[in-house]
Design a protein. Structure first.
Length: 400
């Protein structure tokens, strides 16, 4: 069609008006306007059916696209999103594919476009990014490392203060506990861990921050809770102060559970029920991208290290100097008292000489610190430098 570029609608109206006047044949008018007779009859017919609006260009997209997602699949994608409003299109498609693997589900990007058309996509929040993973080896299997932390507190609708305690297995991302505790105290945390150890066995290591109930500000850093971990043979991993990125996977999880804190339950009991429902969904239904869209429950296995009936006694070597921590938190050493920790009162520690000539103190396998003999105190870092090695030049000078 070669309508003049200026005022296409005006040209079409003039053409239709000329047709209706009957002063010129259709063939003559089409030749005058530079269009085919087929096009001329088309515009005349549209005008007769719809008036001037019929001369507007119609959408060129097909009414039924050959590759459009079937309406039934669209309904199921939308329903899954409404059932799990916090899930993105990747998790929704993975979940549906697991439920119905015989169906050819659309890609995650197509599912995202479908959800967007239905107004089910909110503004994407910035993801938490960690700067490092700490100096620890990556876990090779479940229960190699558990992480623990307290999520920032919030209040339930009746005013009760909730301090959520979260515990997770690093390798499988399995959420072991999401507990509605009312404080960060040892008296609330230990029953949670005791239950987890009974149900899942013991981890090799536990990684936490330096706050209560996991760590104290003293030289040893031990709290009643971490002391119990050490007795059970669990290695303590503590991130550097102010470095939450060293526990990045756990911090990222806290963003996932943030909507729970923004929509608190009626009271403590209701909050505990909401937490448990979330934990089950997170472990058993929600696909995890890092796990190849599997669920954490598909990757987690209980530990082969069972919770003992009673903690074993420390097995210190015969050459170690064994001391009992006195009622004032100190031990007797070379005629003086060295303060250790009030948490260790009544416990037995070992003092051993290192290859560099320092005196190191430990409780079970946990290093407490080094004795600074000049200042008569326990310190975290070594005070003495290793004895320098004697080089070849030094040996020649001695011989001369």
């Amino acid at each position: 069609m070669v309508w003049r570029e200026t005022g296409i609608m005006e040209e079409r109206l003039k053409f239709v008006a000329a047709c209706l006047s009957g002063e010129e044949t259709m063939a003559g008018l089409c030749a005058l306007y530079g269009i085919s007779r087929k096009t001329g009859y088309k515009w005349l017919r549209r005008f007769q059916l719809r008036g001037p609006a019929g001369l507007e260009d119609l959408p060129r997209a097909p009414l039924n696209h050959g590759r459009a997602t079937a309406a039934e699949l669209v309904e199921r994608i939308v329903a899954e999103k409404e059932a799990h409003p916090l899930w993105g299109p990747k998790k929704i498609v993975a979940r549906l594919a697991r439920q119905d693997p015989a169906t050819a589900w659309p890609s995650a990007s197509t599912a995202g476009a479908i959800l967007n058309r239905h107004g089910l996509v909110g503004r994407r929040r910035a993801r938490w990014k960690g700067a490092g993973n700490g100096p620890w080896p990556e876990p090779a299997m479940p229960n190699a490392v558990w992480t623990g932390d307290h999520k920032g507190w919030f209040t339930t609708r009746d005013g009760w203060r909730c301090e959520p305690l979260t515990v997770m297995d690093v390798k499988s991302r399995y959420l072991l506990a999401l507990e509605a505790t009312g404080s960060t105290g040892d008296e609330e945390a230990w029953p949670v861990f005791e239950r987890l150890f009974d149900e899942h066995g013991l981890p090799d290591r536990i990684r936490t921050d330096n706050g209560p109930p996991f760590a104290a500000a003293g030289v040893t850093g031990l709290t009643p809770l971490s002391l119990r971990f050490v007795r059970l043979g669990i290695t303590l991993e503590r991130i550097a102060p102010g470095k939450p990125q060293q526990n990045g996977k756990h911090e990222r999880f806290h963003l996932t559970m943030l909507p729970l804190a923004k929509a608190p339950a009626a009271d403590r009991a209701a909050q505990a029920e909401a937490f448990e429902a979330f934990r089950r969904e997170y472990n058993e239904e929600r696909p995890h991208e890092t796990l190849g869209m599997d669920t954490p429950a598909e990757h987690y296995r209980v530990s082969t290290r069972k919770m003992p009936v009673s903690p074993p006694e420390p097995d210190y070597p015969a050459e170690a100097a064994v001391r009992k921590v006195r009622h004032n938190g100190a031990v007797k050493w070379q005629g003086a008292e060295i303060y250790v920790s009030a948490t260790l009162v009544g416990e037995v520690v070992a003092i051993e000489e290192t290859e560099s000539g320092e005196w190191a103190m430990r409780f079970y396998a946990h290093r407490l610190g080094f004795i600074d003999e000049k200042r008569g105190r326990l310190v975290r870092k070594t005070v003495l430098q290793p004895r320098p090695a004697v080089g070849l030049a030094d040996e020649l000078r001695e011989e001369l």
